[in-house]
Write a protein that binds this ligand. Sequence first.
Ligand SMILES: *Cc1c(COP(=O)(O)O)cnc(C)c1O
Length: 354
Amino acid sequence: MSFPALRDDLGVAEGYHSPQLDVEVRLNTNESPLPPPSGFLNELAEAAQTVCYNRYPDRQAWALREDLAALHGVRPEQVFVANGSNEVLQSVMLGFGGPGRKVATFEPTYAMYGTIARTTLTALVEGERGSDMTLSMQEVRRVMGEASPEITILTSPNNPTGMVEPAELVAATVAEAPGLVLVDEAYAQFAPHSALSLLDEDTPLVVTRTFSKTWSMAASRLGYLIGPERVVAPLWEKVALPYHLDSLKQQAGRLALRHSNEMEARVVSIIKGRERIMDGLAELAVTTWPSGANFVLFRPQKLEGNQVWQRLVERGVLVRNCSGWPRLGGCLRVTVGTPKENDRFLDALKEVLA
Ligand SMILES: *Cc1c(COP(=O)(O)O)cnc(C)c1O
């Protein structure tokens, strides 16, 4: 008897981890600081009583797709839904990437792209942002020209920089791409513009969204993609496992959409909180980057990022420690919390940097 060895290429790879600590103020994973509205929770509890648990769910999640399509002014045939936008990304790489194919990203960006590229055996091609973290069209052209990737990923707003890609850059990338362009809009609700307006049936562009951030549903694992039917249909029919979305989750997504007014009000208050954090950081010895998301990247100018992170933890405030990540030396990332949490963070940071 013996266990098979893990695939060689996975054995050497580092996993994706977001260390959690039990502290009072948790601002490290870009979630919503608030639970979903109580009306939603009551409706979900009711729905849980009526789900037909002995039957498989609607494999095509049709009702949820109709509701998402109505929200974005598209057709349900143009909507793919999965367990978080991470699974959406995985499905796209399984279907359109894979052995002998390439996916392009622009670093520093969301680390899961590299992880999913590896598990799906898609070659990862990394373009580079400038030292100010902006992405130039020249670099996008260079990468697309040299590598001819089947999939090019733009992230707007980008994680962990928070920066929004200019609409002209997104449009030019879509116009010039040798393959599919995927715009990851996990934080789009906090940003001034979206690539959704560029979508049509003849354009190889897909946009991904998630319920994890704005919708206070990170625990539910629900994300989706909007794109041309010829991309969406095979994701449902050939790539996703049958019945990958359970019935209660499909209901949860539909019920959440009924509370979009409350969600929009929260987005407004989070944007206010982001401005408050930016104003506070402007008075401290830190470098910041403009954010169109629900988080802010900053770099202490005099102390080491690691040290600042540790001292914040000692004061009950957990932020994301990016200080050891490639291209992000010394940087920390703070998620916008409630007004109280934002103040706790700013007060603690002021103390640490004093
Ligand atoms: C959080 C995040 C996601 C993943 O969201 P899930 O829907 O929770 O899987 C995708 N892309 C980016 C850039 C993110 O920051």
